[in-house]
Design a protein around this ligand. Structure first.
Ligand code: ADP
Ligand code: MG
Length: 320
């Protein structure tokens, strides 16, 4: 047996739940239920670009799968299968145990099977492909937003960006605040239950990985519509001990453009408003209506005094 084979067997082979044939053969086999189609997406994480090479391996394992599951949630797809292609600079058993521990913790939490992949030597790079099921025709696309739709956001935005700025030494967070923000950055919770429920409610959806304005911008561009967003309605943490307020330019930027939030942004017709509020209670996830879709060209954000905010350098460049 080659060392690679042992490594795969030891760290990346677990019993599967949704799979005909998993890790170990030349290819995996899956059985798609009748009436369903496959949703497929991939995300690559490169050390030094997407994460610090010396970061916590367990958290990295969790996050590398979680960000992929988040794409399934944004499509209204039920995540089922993942593959993992990983380049490792060396075989470090302690690191591999932690990494695979975090990866499988996330896989277990969302009922995803790891069904294959590739392992090679090289600069630390993690490439995950995720596959999920959605009833034919039911996937929620970026292109479906309609004039008059309300715009909604789950959870709260900006915490992950705060944690990142703390790590970069740009600001210093108080201890308890650092704990909750670091959780948002390192252990994102993909909004699968929300995505599944939105199949029958939303016209369009996206997961917020690059910041609210940039990602909402993708919906607007692909749907050929515009939007108005009210800053005061964008959900964010209220930390009394810290100057995280909407007057603060840097904080505003983190909320609107920070990225790494992995919340869902979606649009839905006005008549679904109360159903969405009831859904929020049912799945115990705050959902905030932050604005509406219009027939104009572009995105306008209203500030604290209803003034039009300058959002040029917030990653929103689709209409510039
Ligand atoms: P091949 O030479 O056919 O590519 P490999 O030795 O690369 O086979 O892989 C053997 C088996 O282990 C395959 O089923 C492959 O999908 C799986 N595999 C390889 N690396 C990983 C990994 N990091 N995670 C999960 N499965 C893996
Ligand atoms: Mg291979």
């Amino acid at each position: 047996m080659t060392p690679e084979f042992n490594l795969i067997k030891q760290y990346f082979t677990r019993p599967t739940r949704n799979t005909t044939l998993g890790v170990g053969d030349d290819a995996a086999l899956i059985n798609i239920k009748k009436g369903m189609e496959l949703a497929i997406s991939a995300d690559m994480l490169v050390a030094g670009t997407h994460f610090f090479a010396d970061c916590d391996a367990y958290q990295l394992g969790w996050k590398s799968l979680a960000v992929n599951i988040s794409d399934m949630a944004a499509m209204g797809a039920n995540p089922k299968w993942a593959t993992l292609a990983i380049a490792l600079p060396e075989v470090n058993n302690a690191w591999l145990a932690e990494f695979s521990g975090g990866f499988f913790a996330c896989a277990d939490a969302f009922n995803v099977d790891l069904i294959g992949g590739d392992t090679t030597r090289g600069p630390l790079t993690i490439s995950v492909q995720i596959m999920g099921e959605v009833p034919i025709g039911k996937a929620i696309k970026r292109s479906g937003a309609k004039v008059g739709d309300e715009i909604w956001v789950s959870g709260k935005l900006g915490d992950a960006a705060l944690a990142l700025q703390h790590m970069q030494g740009i600001l210093t967070l108080p201890k308890d605040m650092l704990t909750s923000c670091a959780k948002a950055l390192h252990a994102p919770q993909p909004r699968v239950a929300l995505g599944l429920a939105l199949r029958d409610l939303a016209h369009s959806a996206i997961d917020i990985s690059d910041g609210l304005l940039a990602d909402l911008g993708h919906i607007l561009a692909q749907s050929n519509v515009g939007a108005v967003v009210e800053l005061t309605r964008v959900p964010h943490s209220a930390y009394a001990e810290f100057t995280t307020n909407l007057q603060d330019e840097n904080y505003r930027k983190m909320m609107l453009a920070g990225g790494d939030d992995y919340e869902l942004c979606f649009t839905a017709p006005l008549e679904k408003h109360y159903e969405i509020e009831r859904l929020s209670e049912r799945i115990k996830l705050p959902l905030a209506c932050i604005g509406h879709v219009n027939a104009c060209h572009g995105l306008i954000v209203h500030g604290l005094n209803n003034e039009v905010l300058n959002i040029k350098d917030t990653g929103f460049d689709h209409f510039s």
